[in-house]
Design a protein around this ligand. Sequence first.
Ligand code: FAD
Ligand code: SIN
Length: 533
Amino acid sequence: MTIKSDFLVIGSGAAGLSFALRAAEHGKVVVLCKDDPLVSSSAKAQGGIAAVTDKNDTFDEHIADTLDAGAGLCDEKAVRTIVTEAPEAIRELLSWGVDFDTEKDGEFELGREGGHGKRRILHAKDTTGLEISTKLLRCAQAHPNIQLLDHRIAIDLITTAKLGCVTEDRVLGAYVLNPATGEVDIFRSDRVLLATGGTGRCYMYTTNPPTATGDGEAMAWRAGAIVSNLEFVQFHPTTFYNPNGKDHDGLTFLISEAVRGEGGVLRGPDGQEFMQKYDKRGSLAPRDIVARAINSEILRTGHPCMYLDMTHKPKGFMTERFPYIYETCKSYGVDAEVDMIPVVPSAHYQCGGVATDTNGRSSLRGLFVAGECGCTGLHGANRLASNSLLECVVITKRAFQCMLTTLPLAHKMEDYPIPEWQHGERAERDDLAILYHCWDEVRRTMTDYVSIVRTDHRLQRAATRLRNINREINEYYWGYRVTPEIIDLRNLALTASLIVDCAIRRKESRGLHYTLDHPEKLPEAIPSRLHNW
Ligand code: FAD
Ligand code: SIN
């Protein structure tokens, strides 16, 4: 089956849906997501969205904090653009019905997070992402020009070059699996927005949902687009340490940085505060510094976790300001008003992605990328907390405007015939358990060798293992009929390899990339770029 639309959006998170709502005013939009529409990092966001809305705050201060967290690698133009367009993005979210918490006088109640010199985080208690996602989804479902198809998995982008055209290379749409029928459909569009989210599932323990398997990076790279800065994987310093083992599928529960913003103090097993040893900002230092500090205290003390202490706050504070976090900790047997919360770092955010300009435009014509799978340069070597939801909403607005001017709807492009998807020809399939072993091997390799502290040797070992796994997948598993499991594994293994390839090239320690073999920062900050030409 072939489905045509003016705009094809892959992803139903904050990036995908905010783009779709704007594009739907001008043409037919198809939005695809590979699970339920609210299974996304966007829906799980807790702390909030950063924007200068207070008269005592300034754009220059938000810009300076972002650049400082980014360890010299941010693209200053991208930072300035996104920070200064933030208030407009917030107005748009309000127009779609999003409710942020306010003070009695009607002003936004602003939270604070690590690396922010001022209170500037708009939030809806501690479930901001759910508030934004449900409101965007409601608007999208009500829009007559938006067709939202869930449980559809984009497998590969279709490009003119892949079809053998030598005179131009542009995107024509995507091959998409419908797991309910086992069929692969062609979704045809000259304007594609890739908004598939993060890569956290490359690691054993992550705050990310099961959809975060790096599909966007992998699809774009296979299609010939440039990927950038993938070595900068952000580990969130404070995720709940469950002494009875992590949740079965590696999902760790986030204890928002906003908890530290409201006075939470990191302590060792002896009850002593330790962050001052690492940074004068203490528990509110940027994430890379706090995650490394916790990692090194865990190694030094031999204790399996560190602790986040909120017991000094007045009774009722946690239940009022952080009801979701409080209740979830309670369900694990920790009463955060009385007990310190056991915490460990977990993979949380991919600062790199498909390289784009500040209009979300990739190196492939017609392919725009936004949200976590894109890399505008805003985050540099380490993302400042709560800047990512902001980036989703600002960049999709710019991407949409750029699409309309560079690829006008009135201009009809040449209609290349697109061949049907060719399933592999092998008939017999291995047990699913074999695929899961492969999957585990990727995640274990990344966790053991490509984590918070790296070395040349560990990275080389990871590269060799991943090369073998990728070869096995391409030569063997890809020869069968496609299934959701094999699509995930193929993307996960490729994305993991790209992360390692970027990491191997960086012979310095900067932001989230810390290696014992090259502990110093080089004088010149150079983004990493990989392409598949
Ligand atoms: P997502 O919201 O992850 O959406 C990705 C979409 O792509 C999903 O719909 C998925 O189904 C779809 N998809 C993926 N692959 C395919 C495929 N092959 N075919 C079809 N569909 C596909 N950031 C902040 O700024 N503030 C916060 O407070 C904050 N808190 C966070 C808390 C948690 C627990 C997590 C995990 C992240 C948090 N972040 C926060 C980061 C932020 O939420 C994400 O970076 C952002 O929401 C990403 O949005 P997105 O639209 O790019 O991707
Ligand atoms: C958090 O609430 O700590 C997450 C914020 C973010 O990842 O930006």
